[in-house]
Design a protein around this ligand. Structure first.
Ligand code: DGL
Length: 268
C-alpha cells in the first residue's frame, strides 16, 4: 500500500518532505501532471475531468491507501468530485487562511496563490468568514509557480520578476503593515529564501505542509501495514513523460525513481 501525492508539477514535493518526516515507513507514489502545468490558468470545467481521469488511473494502478492532492489550485476545485468517486481517504491542500487570520498582530494578511485558487468560491468564502479577524488581500500570481519550477531545476531566478510578483503582498494601511503572507501554492515554499531576501519588511510566511502531514498521520496511523512489495522504490510518474535530466535529478534528490514512460489521463 502506498500514499499517492498529486500535483501539477514539482510543488507537491514540498508536501512530500513533511509526509516523509511524519510517516517514514510509507511508500510514496508521486504523480505530477506536468503536461497540464500550470493549473492556475485552466478553465474549471476542463480541469475537473482531467484530474478525475488521472486519479482513476493512479488508483487503479497503485491502489493507494490514501491520496493527497498536494495542489491548492486543484484541491479548491476537485475535492467533492474525488471524494464522491473514490473510497480511499483523500486529503486536500487549502491555503491556511484561518490560522493566518487568527495569528496576525497587525490585522493585515496577504494570500499569495495562483489565479485559479484566488477565484475559487471556497477561498472567497474562507476570506469572508475571517474578515472580522483580519483584512485579507488575495493575490493571484501568474508567474511564481513557473519561477519555482525553473529555480528547482537549476535556472537562475529573475529577481525583478519575483520582486514584482511579491510587491502586492506588502500592504501598509493606517500605520499597520502586512505581517503574515500565506503561501497558497505548494510550489512557493521552494522560493521562500529568495522571497525573504526581497521582502521590504520581515513577515511570517506560512504554508500547510506540516499540517497536512499531521492530518495524514491521524488518518492512517504511524505503523506501515505489512507490505508484500516491501523494498519497492518510491516513484514519480510525470504526465509529460520521461523527465529531462534536471527534473530527473530533482526527483531522485527527493528519493523518487522517475518513470521513463508518460502517465496520461485516460481521455488524452
Ligand atoms: N502547485 C499548485 C498549487 O498548489 C499550482 C501550480 C500550477 O499553477 O499548476 O496551487
Amino acid at each position: 500500500m502506498s500514499i499517492l501525492i498529486f500535483d501539477s508539477g514539482i510543488g507537491g514535493l514540498t508536501i512530500l518532505r513533511e509526509v516523509r518526516v511524519a510517516l517514514p515507513g510509507r511508500r510514496i507514489v508521486y504523480v505530477g501532471d506536468d503536461a497540464g502545468f500550470p493549473y492556475g490558468e485552466w478553465d474549471e470545467e476542463k480541469l475537473i475531468p482531467r484530474i478525475v481521469d488521472l486519479f482513476e488511473r493512479c488508483v487503479e494502478a497503485y491502489t493507494p491507501e490514501l491520496a493527497i492532492v498536494a495542489c491548492n489550485t486543484a484541491s479548491t476545485l476537485i475535492m467533492p468530485a474525488l471524494r464522491e468517486r473514490f473510497d480511499i481517504p483523500i486529503v486536500g491542500t487549502i491555503p491556511p487562511i484561518k490560522p493566518a487570520a487568527i495569528h496576525t498582530a497587525s490585522g493585515l494578511v496577504s494570500v499569495l496563490a495562483t489565479p485559479g485558487t484566488v477565484q475559487r468560491r471556497m477561498v472567497q468564502e474562507l476570506v469572508a468568514e475571517h474578515s472580522q479577524d483580519a483584512n485579507i488581500t488575495l493575490i493571484g500570481s501568474t508567474g511564481l509557480a513557473r519561477l519555482a519550477e525553473e529555480h528547482m531545476q537549476g535556472l537562475s531566478i529573475d529577481q525583478e520578476k519575483l520582486a514584482a510578483e511579491l510587491d502586492p503582498c506588502f500592504v501598509e494601511r493606517d500605520g499597520a503593515r502586512t505581517d503574515i503572507v500565506v503561501l497558497g501554492c505548494t510550489h512557493y515554499p521552494f522560493l521562500v529564501h529568495e522571497m525573504r531576501r526581497l521582502a521590504p519588511w520581515p513577515v511570517d510566511w506560512i504554508e500547510p505542509a506540516e499540517a497536512i502531514a499531521r492530518r495524514v498521520l491521524s488518518l492512517i496511523g504511524p505503523t506501515p501495514p505489512v507490505d508484500p512489495r516491501e523494498g519497492m522504490s518510491d516513484i514519480a510518474m510525470m504526465t509529460a513523460g520521461s523527465p529531462p535530466p534536471a527534473l530527473a535529478r530533482l526527483l531522485i534528490g527527493f528519493g523518487l525513481l522517475p518513470a521513463d514512460r508518460p502517465f496520461r489521463p485516460l481521455n488524452s
